[in-house]
Design a protein around this ligand. Sequence first.
Ligand code: GLN
Length: 197
Amino acid sequence: MLKIGVLGLQGAFREHKQSIEACGHEALIIKKKEQLQEVDGLILPGGESTTMRRLIERYDFFEALQQFGQSGKPIFGTCAGLILLATNIQGQDDAHLKLMDMVVARNAFGRQRESFETKLNIKGVTDDFEAVFIRAPYIAEVKEDTEVLATYDGKIVAAQQKHYLAAAFHPELTDDHHLVQYFIEMVKKYKLKLAAH
Ligand code: GLN
């Protein structure tokens, strides 16, 4: 069994805990940076990225989160969590953790489409994933070493770069746990890789 952390400062962290548990693994809601040492992978939940950043600073998480990613442990950013991972944010001078090489656009689906659900074909995961988008961002640019896993309306909404996974929607809000399961497989793979070093 793996132990997966969910950053528990703001947003939909409890739902993520439930979906990790539904996949048969242990979930730890992370409230203190020291807890990061206990987990094999980390989910950055959806919520509000600016608020989350403020709380990351307040609770002294910033460097610990960067080190977690730089040490090769997998991180899955969903919605606001995807924004936190990105190296660049359109229209903003600076980004947040800058761990995954991509340009993101915030609140990118326009006012009429503040929130919606749609079926997505996610490469290597499932072809009818029920995706819930809430004031969602999209990924405007990725690097060559990044695999695009899903698009919607011609826009990238899920991608993977090495041990980083990003989704513009909220995979924790339905009973479809395929994408979390996919992340857990990544965590398994990278744990073996790290152990071999
Ligand atoms: N629009 C939010 C932000 O910029 C993200 C929305 C979400 O996580 N559901 O942080």
